[in-house]
Design a protein around this ligand. Structure first.
Ligand code: SAM
Length: 286
């Protein structure tokens, strides 16, 4: 499992070059893309394609190559294979068949972004890509609302603005009112010509992105500070903010489920308040 550059073709380890130059076959997510890397480093090893649509079939072929005494390297289009990329199915099959699978570590967009974010704390929660559909994306974000670790996401240029809007709408809705506002680091095009790293309050990020079309071009890692450390139970005001944000997007049952996991409050209390807010039950007397 050989990590390759996330942009700058010089970001590759000596060991990776040696392995790519000496194995019998390189399985590559996109052989044309990897050909550019191999050309740059004068490597002529034979390639075969392995991507998300043929991984299971290729795993069988690679198994046969290994059984015939060949050595195979796997690379993805960028960074570390099997990290938001194909590779895990292959690794599981090879391990199950008793073959050694060796990591050749190197670049990854997530660790590159973490290294320049300047955000304190050691724990981070890597979520990879959020769902494409808005409702599913908001539900996935809501499920992370109580997470205290730094949140790490991958995002494409087509969805980065919508994703940042949803992060602000959903994560901005929960938590105690006196908690410090969440921050975001938008790491774009790392190691490439238009590399940029921008840090700002999460609530201001969508406007910052929308202000200049060049800010939404390229590849992104988004890092969002975690929920404030829990100091006690959630309040009724927290519950209302969370429920209102969820009910605006999701059916009642799903909103109640997510609001419970965010606030830690009892189901009966959350359900009753959800009914009141949707006008399905009379509001409780003060
Ligand atoms: N396996 C890769 C790794 O180790 O980071 C990730 C592959 S995933 C399919 C591709 C996503 O990684 C992009 O959509 C983007 O979110 C992120 N990414 C890759 N290269 C990047 C770069 N140079 N700058 C910022 N993000 C990048």
């Amino acid at each position: 499992m050989v990590a390759t550059p996330i942009g700058n073709l010089e970001d590759i380890t000596l060991r990776a070059l040696s392995v790519l130059g000496t194995v019998d076959v390189i399985a590559a997510e996109d052989t044309r893309n990897t050909a550019r890397l191999l050309d740059r480093h004068g490597i002529g090893t034979r390639m075969l394609s392995l991507h998300e649509h043929n991984e299971a079939r290729r795993a069988q072929e690679i198994l046969r190559l290994l059984e015939a005494g060949r050595q195979v390297a796997l690379v993805s289009d960028a960074g570390t294979p099997a990290l938001s990329d194909p590779g895990a199915i292959l690794v599981a099959r090879l391990r199950a068949a008793g073959h050694a699978v060796i990591p050749i570590p190197g670049p990854s967009a997530a660790t590159a972004a973490l290294s320049v974010a300047g955000l304190a704390g050691t724990a981070f929660h890597f979520s990879g890509f959020l769902p494409e559909r808005a409702a599913a994306r908001r539900a996935a974000i809501a499920a992370l609302a109580a997470e205290e670790a730094l949140l790490v996401f991958y995002e494409s240029p087509h969805r980065v603005l919508a994703c940042v809007e949803d992060l602000a709408a959903v994560l901005g809705a929960g938590g105690p009112q006196d908690a410090p506002p969440r921050e975001i680091v938008i790491a774009r095009e790392l190691t490439k010509l238009f590399e940029s790293v921008h840090r700002c309050p999460l609530a201001e990020a969508a406007a910052w992105l929308a202000a200049d079309p060049s800010r939404v071009r390229g590849e992104f890692v988004l890092l969002v500070t975690g929920a404030p450390k829990a100091t006690g139970g959630s309040t009724g005001a927290d519950l209302d903010r969370v429920l209102k944000a969820l009910l605006a997007e999701l059916p009642l049952a799903q909103s109640v489920k997510l609001a419970r996991s965010i606030t830690g409050l009892r189901r009966g209390e959350v359900y009753a308040r959800a009914l009141e807010l949707t006008g399905k039950a009379p509001a409780a007397k003060a």
